[in-house]
Write a protein that binds this ligand. Structure first.
Ligand code: ZN
Ligand code: ZN
Ligand code: ZN
Length: 375
């Protein structure tokens, strides 16, 4: 993602987000937040530098103070164009100046600060050197729910990204699979996501036959065969918000076992979806999906968590995983994506993005979850 986010957010929206972030930081016992270029900065200010370089860019948020963006002088004009710029003060520094001294002038000399996870180590080390009385925490660890509850405009963007991914699936199911390489189908998927409005493609997994049993497999040179199960998992960013969906298709007629495994995953995905309601703990979504797979005897073959949040990134809190007691709140958005992976043979995964509503959940992916037969 480059430039500013073309989302319908105003300086007031960004100002409110920054204010809430500063307040949440204070509630968490932090003296402030330090936010480097990346998803947190985009969400808080709408600013995404065209290139992230060794020159320090850092948003400084502290309760009761105006937000300040420390920015290299040569990037200040771009930063000033960001949608959130009117809600903050730019503090530029020029080559030859010490950017850590500039930043230190904005901070308490003692205190614990939350730092965005993608801040460069060299920058954090520079701050520690300049302000030895300070300490630092991961922003995501300290405020995991900062970006988790989406507002109405964000939900519209996520729904539009999901609809675009669905369109890509409706097209890809019509292309020939047998005799083509996984990488060819992956290329088609990426092109379709772009055609339907994605500016960024984050992943196009095409796991055919035994490759489908490895959830991390992306695409390879394997030539897809008649009789293969093929896991298709793809997504990226459209207008600054993420898509991520999985369907498992079959080339030609499936065997009874392939049908059975697909049915179990579909029932598990449905059970996970039905567990979504305000107040339920994240882990209940995982438990509901996992129970269906365990009851069918495939428990040891479901080898990952059931879901992850999505927003301005395609992987973020909240996580649907055993041990996560965070209650679901209307507006949260995450995947429900159980799978069964039979080593050396095939895999099946079905994934929808789901948002929490006042009385349950709503899917943002709506293509058929029945097994699709491809050619
Ligand atoms: Zn087969
Ligand atoms: Zn996925
Ligand atoms: Zn996912």
């Amino acid at each position: 993602m480059t430039g500013t986010t073309p989302a319908p957010f105003t300086a007031d929206d960004y100002g409110a987000r920054m204010e809430r972030a500063a307040r949440s930081a204070a509630d968490a016992g932090l003296a402030g937040l330090l936010v480097a270029p990346g998803p947190d900065l985009v969400w808080l200010t709408g600013y995404a530098p065209t290139a992230v370089t060794e020159r320090l860019t850092l948003l400084v948020l502290a309760p009761g103070r105006d937000p300040v963006l420390v920015v290299p002088t040569l990037e200040a004009p771009d930063a000033g164009q960001a949608a959130g710029a009117p809600a903050l003060t730019l503090r530029d520094w020029t080559d030859g100046q010490d950017p850590y001294a500039v930043t230190a002038g904005l901070l308490d000399a003692r205190g614990r600060f939350g730092v965005s996870d993608n801040a460069w180590a060299m920058h954090l080390l520079g701050l520690q050197r300049t302000l030895p009385g300070t300490s630092y925490a991961s922003l995501t660890d300290a405020l995991p729910m900062l970006r988790a509850v989406k507002d109405a405009a964000e939900l519209d963007l996520l729904a539009a990204a999901g609809a675009a991914a669905d369109q890509a699936f409706e097209e890809i199911r019509t292309v020939p699979f047998a005799g083509r390489r996984e990488s060819d189908v992956g290329h088609d998927l990426a092109a379709l996501l772009r055609r339907f409005g994605h500016s960024q493609v984050d992943f196009t997994i095409v796991g055919s036959g035994p490759n489908g049993a490895n959830p991390h497999h992306e695409v390879g040179d394997r030539v897809i065969q008649d009789g293969d199960m093929v896991v298709l998992d793809f997504g990226g960013l459209k207008d600054g918000y993420g898509s991520d969906t999985t369907r498992t298709v079959h080339v030609g007629e499936p065997t009874d076992e392939e049908r059975r495994v697909h049915d179990v995953v579909r029932a598990a995905q449905e059970a996970g979806f039905r567990a979504v309601r305000p107040g339920a703990a994240c882990q209940e979504v995982d438990r509901a999906a996992r129970a269906v797979i365990a009851d069918a005897g495939y428990g040891p073959y479901f080898i990952h968590r059931t879901g992850h949040g999505i927003g301005v990134t395609t992987h973020e809190p909240p996580y649907m995983i055993e041990g996560e007691e965070q209650p679901l709140v209307p507006g949260m958005c995450f995947s429900v994506e159980p799978g069964i992976y039979l080593p050396g043979r095939f895999g099946v995964r079905i994934e929808d993005i789901v948002t929490v509503t006042r009385d349950g959940g709503r899917r943002l992916n709506n293509t058929t979850r029945e097994m699709v037969i491809v050619g």
